[in-house]
Design a protein around this ligand. Sequence first.
Ligand code: CAA
Length: 392
Amino acid sequence: MSYKLSDEQLMIQAMVREFSRKVVAVNAAERDRTREFPAENLKKMAELGLMGMMVPPEYGGEGADTVSYVLALAEIAYSCASTAVVMSVHNSIVCESIRQFGTHDQKEKLLRPMAAGKIIGAFALTEPQAGSDPSAQTTHAVRDKSKYVLNGTKRFITTGKNAGIVIVTAKTDEAKRHKGVSAFLVKKGTPGFIVGKTEDKMGLCASDTTDLIFDNCRIPAEDILGNEGDGFRIAMTALDGGRIGIASQSVGVAQAALDAAVKYAKERHQFGQPISKFQGIRWMIADMVTEIEAARQLMLSAASMKDRGEKFTAQASMAKLFASEMVNRVTAKALQIHGGYGFVKDYPVERFYRDARVFTIYEGTSEIQRLVISNHILRDKRLPNLLIPRGH
Ligand code: CAA
């Protein structure tokens, strides 16, 4: 079923496309080189409503649907994947978790400044020894009267250095695996909350990825998100939405790589004609555009299921799996079409290729997505019915 966008969704897409190509694209290569956090972009994006897209208007957000959000995110990723991942974690994981699981007070205090771009969010689940298996995490939180005391180390945290608020998961009952995990809202500047080493990455260079260390970090008991023991469910729910965001980032970067490859193939002459005339190049372009379209439809399908309030876990994983693997194939082909010029930094495809590499890894590896999808097929007999479009 091809997805039909509403006038409002098309308008948001067009508005963000124009902004992204006029503003975000301009310094993307420079930011990749200097590794400078895209604070200026985020400020302007907040003015356009992009930092609280799905936050309800009563908390200062746009109240947009997930479909509009993923369309906007793909447009930002088209120009700068580093800016897009900050937008993605902030919106799909942090704002959405507070919206879904926060108290009215937490929403009042946090969602408004987050939607205004004054506070950027991060999500700290992964640890040095707990990546694909987050229930093995060892960070723990012990209740001490009106406080929780957090101890432990989180790893590979997107926006770890620049975030003002971090959702941190920690064991409140070490005897239980996932059922002993709780989630906390930890503010930057809380004593005992230390930003550790910043990773030196191959891609997404302008987005900081850091260790976060909690050393007897005392946080008010009311800053727990949900109840004790809800942390794993909160994290999994957040990742369901986050994974549609990664599909969207993948679609955006792949579209940028395709457009660059098409432009180059038309301009580059070899053997007396543009290389776009050669069948070898044409077939690559045909495969690239077909795969991008397939990924886009999966992304929209998962996003619209979320908007309809349906269970979309497996569809989010399918979208993330296919789109993230697709963008790796597409950027590799785009680079190949550029020949030697694809391997140097004068052309953007080299950056697209590096940026795309992590998409099959973060927010759940491709292997984890296959686990989630196969679990649904083998355990949940309802999935095939969900795949049949309504009204058919
Ligand atoms: N929504 C809500 N609840 C869920 C859920 C979902 N999608 N998936 C699982 N759960 C619940 C289950 O219902 C179950 O709860 P009960 O026991 O109460 O019934 C509980 O979680 C455990 O479920 P499983 O037995 O299926 O869990 P598991 O231990 O086998 O693991 C997993 C499941 C899919 C492998 C999961 O651990 C997983 O997703 N791992 C990958 C983690 C990941 O994506 N990490 C990326 C970190 S974020 C990041 O990348 C950083 C960034 O900043 C971008």
